[in-house]
Design a protein around this ligand. Structure first.
Ligand SMILES: CC(C)(COP(=O)(O)OP(=O)(O)OC[C@H]1O[C@@H](n2cnc3c(N)ncnc32)[C@H](O)[C@@H]1OP(=O)(O)O)[C@@H](O)C(=O)NCCC(=O)NCCS
Length: 187
């Protein structure tokens, strides 16, 4: 089986690194916030046990080497403010999906684009993937803006794909090819 280690990546203001069990309180603070999971088909976390379960899943993924799960830390303070994941890695076809979430108090400061930029660069240039997909709720304007800023293109629309907090929700499919990324980054 191909193995995908989660390395440490650094940007101007952030460190992307593997999660550890010590991250549970910070991670709980992020995912217990209803604003963060507003467009997800999952309820906000209600106890620290939810964080322990998610981190145990991440540790399993590190052990099995089948996905890349970064904790996103503020370089200046060392505080964990969210996660970026490369999951559903499909090595034969050199593609995966991306997911990301940050603490709501940190929104609007360019952190998502900064973290995602590092993770995408790693995916294309170290993992040698060719295509990265995202599936988002069309009402999630912040997430659309992040993807479009990163060069993702809208590729499809799937009505009523998810059940989100009591109602059916649509999906917009986005895709980013390595060729778009390299053209954008001037590589
Ligand atoms: C999506 C999310 C990660 C964005 O984080 P962020 O750090 O605020 O994003 P950035 O500051 O890097 O902003 C990126 C772009 O989005 C735009 N943006 C941010 N919030 C926005 C909003 N509510 N509406 C419209 N555009 C928005 C910014 O203006 C910026 O665009 P620009 O570079 O053209 O100015 C954050 O809102 C979040 O964690 N949401 C909850 C989890 C989630 O929905 N994840 C995605 C589902 S997979």
């Amino acid at each position: 089986m191909q193995s995908y280690p989660t390395p440490i990546l650094t940007t101007d203001r952030l460190t992307l690194r593997p999660l550890t069990m010590d991250d549970a309180p910070d991670l709980f603070a992020v995912f217990s916030d209803p604003a963060v999971v507003r467009y997800w088909s999952a309820e906000p976390w209600i106890s620290l046990a939810d964080a322990h379960e998610a981190i145990a899943h991440a540790l399993g993924a590190y052990r099995d080497g089948d996905e890349v799960r970064f904790g996103v830390e503020l370089a200046e303070t060392g505080e964990l403010i969210g996660t970026v994941n490369l999951h559903h890695v499909f090595p034969q076809n050199r593609r995966c999906e991306v997911g990301y979430a940050l603490a709501s108090r940190c929104w609007g400061k360019g952190y998502a684009c900064e973290a995602l930029g590092a993770a995408l660069d790693y995916a294309f240039h170290e993992l040698r993937l060719n295509r990265i997909e995202a599936d988002i709720d069309p009402r999630n304007a912040a997430s659309s803006a992040v993807l479009e800023r990163m060069g993702f293109r809208k590729e499809g629309y799937m009505p009523e794909r998810w059940f989100v907090h009591g109602e059916m929700a649509d999906t917009v499919n986005y895709g980013l090819l390595r060729s778009y990324w390299d053209a954008r980054s001037g590589n």
